[in-house]
Design a binder for this molecule. Structure first.
Ligand code: ATP
Ligand code: MG
Length: 654
């Protein structure tokens, strides 16, 4: 073996090995403890060229010989290692051993010395010259060397292998940790469907204690044996075909309670199902409950939205994406008719649609709700008044949609109109009252004054008055009374008509004869300056008409014609009877009606501006209009001032 002097020269390892050979030759053979003798040269060669580190240490562990491979392992030269105890720098083998492994190495050394059995090769760590930790595997034998008790050690560098092993172990530990802490239950079942391994969550899901499931048959997880069989059959097919079997199914915990599980399984090796199957289980009870609750809530919401009396729509770009039945009904459509439609479909026209959009969207974009009253068009074309209220889902992004509510306010509008009409009526009545007061103060005074003066004259000058004078005076009193009575009749008639107390009572009537009677009566009252021309066109047959109302209408028209033709002339009265209608014309050539008065002609107490001193209360035409309306007829006229007037009345036959 290499002496210290030789080592000092620091020869290259190879050469050192060849030169070391003669040193070994000093004895012909080496006696191993086992008593086997080996050829010295052979041993030297092995010692020098072996890729395994070999060292010979004395009783105290100091190096006696080291081979080049050993030097390489430790990073020191043989000179640095092989130093007699007590020499400067002399270090025993144990000194190079990693602090954590020293007790192990020493303990094994002692066992070896005591002849106790130890593992042939065991690993430990050393710290080399570069302070790197290296894993070595050592096998040592006790050896008598030059009468000294030495130890021959064989050292194999297993750093790389150990690192790989450690990496692998670490990897496995990590993987195990991951699997163990996974939020899903994982189990590995063997060919007999017994649990070979499972993670913590798997135990949590089934409510078992740690390790309790190992070796258990998978059937424990199923509510019944049949469930297990059915599942196994279905899963087996998919898994055997190399697929992943997934299913949501009821499973059973250890305590017998049921839960919904989502299970997926896959074979470790598709080609050999006996290698086992990995099962992943998730408890989806919560999810299913949530889903159920959610759909229940959605159903309830939908029901609320559908049953509300308010029409609601969710629209994007003015297109209905969702709407409730109330709105559809309000607009006379089915919900399905409107989904996807532009809302212009239920606006009265394009301009009203555009106007609402132009007013609403800038407001919605500014984050304010929009509200208006608008008319919407039903499917049948009729209009409905709605209170429209709009709100944006996100004011900054109207494309996310807008919510619109519609309340049918037709009733309110009707009521408003009703109130408006009532107020109008009230106003009219007030006006009527004041006109009545004005009229009576004027029109009643005249006949009253006549009656008064005539009666005074009769009282005071009774003797001096001739019979003719007296007759004239009585005549004027009678005329005054008649005029007042007629005025009272008219006022009463109008009052009753306004109060809807005049009824339409049609009865059989010979129209031609009725007209002739009327003409006769009129002729008797007319002045000699007037002529009354009458014609009747049509069959002289019975019709069913309200004689009283007809008389009111025609008498007033004829009276007016005579009264407003102060210069006399011919008055025409033409009656025509057809199958379902009777028509009457009353034509005069009198003063006519100024255009500005024509619109208000049928109002009570209204008199045209050109009447001059012609007496009248302004009630006649109002009575005509009422009686024509009651007979569901119509009245029209045309008139030119100074030329004359034509009134036409048409009455449908009942
Ligand atoms: P009353 O008929 O109550 O005695 P009146 O004749 O003035 O009074 P209406 O018969 O209601 O009232 O007629 C209303 C007004 O219409 C008249 O005051 C008159 O100005 C105008 N008028 C009606 N008929 C004619 C006619 N034929 N020609 C010209 N003006 C007429
Ligand atoms: Mg009149």
């Amino acid at each position: 073996m290499a002496s210290r002097q030789q080592a000092k020269k620091k020869p290259p390892r190879k050469r050192a090995a060849t030169r070391k050979a003669p040193a070994v030759k000093r004895s012909a053979s080496v006696a191993l403890t086992s008593g086997i003798h080996l050829d010295q040269d052979f041993l030297t060669t092995v010692f020098n060229v072996a890729r395994i580190g070999i060292c010979l240490t004395d009783e105290n562990g100091y190096f006696v010989e080291v081979n080049p491979a050993f030097c390489e392992l430790f990073g020191y030269t043989s000179t640095e290692l092989v130093r007699a105890p007590g020499m400067p720098g002399a270090r025993p083998f144990l000194d190079f051993v990693h602090a954590d492994d020293r007790s192990l190495v020493f303990a094994n050394h002692l066992r070896r010395i005591r002849g106790e059995p130890i593992t042939a090769y065991y690993p430990f760590r050393i710290v080399d010259k570069a302070q790197r930790v290296r894993w070595l595997e050592i096998n040592a034998v006790l050896l008598k060397w030059k009468n000294r008790r030495t130890t021959l050690s064989f050292l194999l560098d297993v750093t790389e292998r150990t690192a790989l092993q450690q990496e692998l172990r670490q990897g496995l530990i990590e993987r195990e940790a991951i699997l163990d802490n996974s939020l899903v239950g994982i189990a590995f079942l063997d060919a007999e469907n017994r649990v070979k391994w499972n993670n913590r969550m798997f135990e949590q899901i089934y409510g078992t204690t740690r390790g309790e499931l190992i070796g258990r048959h998978a059937e424990f997880a199923f509510p019944t044996h049949d469930d297990y069989i059915a599942f196994g059959r279905a899963a087996g097919q998919t898994i055997a075909a190399g697929g992943v079997y997934e299913k949501e199914l009821p499973m059973q915990r250890q305590d017998g309670t049921r839960f919904s599980a989502f299970v997926s399984g896959k074979a470790i090796d598709n080609a050999d199902l006996d290698k086992g199957i990995v099962w992943v289980v998730r408890d989806v009870t919560r999810r299913i409950t949530l889903q159920r609750e959610l759909s229940q809530t959605l159903l309830e919401r939908e029901a609320i939205l559908q049953s509300t009396l308010v029409g609601i729509t969710f629209s994007v770009n003015r297109r209905h994406l969702w709407l409730n039945q109330t709105l559809a009904r309000m607009l006379g459509y089915e919900v399905a008719d409107l989904i996807g439609q532009l809302s212009v479909i239920h606006f009265p026209d394009q301009p009203s649609f555009d106007a609402l959009g132009a007013a609403a969207y800038p407001m919605l974009a500014s984050g304010q709700p929009y509200s208006t009253e608008a008319q919407m068009k039903r499917k049948d074309g009729s209009l409905v008044w709605c209170q429209v209220y709009g709100n944006a889902i996100d004011a900054h992004d109207l494309i996310k949609g807008t919510i619109w509510t519609f309340v049918d306010i037709s009733e309110r509008k009707r009521a408003e109109a009703e109130i408006h009409r009532a107020l109008e009526k009230e106003r009219e009545l007030n006006e009527l009252k004041s006109r009545f007061v004005a009229m009576t103060s004027h029109e009643f005074r005249t006949p009253l004054a006549t009656i008064l003066s005539s009666s005074e004259l009769l009282e005071q000058y009774s003797e001096k008055l001739t019979a003719n004078d007296k007759k004239e005076m009585f005549e004027s009193i009678r005329a005054g009374v008649e005029r007042m009575a007629k005025m009272l009749d008219d006022v009463l008639m109008i009052g009753r008509a306004e109060a809807h107390m005049v009824e339409f009572n049609p009865a059989p009537l010979n129209l031609a004869e009725f007209c002739e009677r009327l003409v006769d009566e009129t002729r008797r009252t007319k002045s000699s300056a007037h002529a009354l021309a009458f014609s009747f066109d049509g069959p002289r047959r019975q019709v069913v008409m309200d004689e009283k109302l007809l008389r009111h209408a025609l008498t007033n028209l004829l009276t007016n014609a005579l009264k407003y033709s102060p210069d006399g002339g011919t008055i025409e009265f033409n009656a025509r009877l057809a199958d379902s209608i009777a028509e009457f014309d009353v034509v005069d050539h009198g003063i006519g009606i100024p255009a500005e008065d024509q619109a208000r002609l049928f109002e009570s107490f209204h008199r045209a501006g050109n009447v001059g001193t012609i007496a009248g209360t302004g009630l006649g035409l109002a009575i005509v209009k009422k009686s024509v309306d009651l007979q569901r007829g119509s009245i029209s006229f045309n008139s030119r001032v100074g030329k004359g007037t034509r009134f036409t009345v048409a009455i449908p036959l009942s």
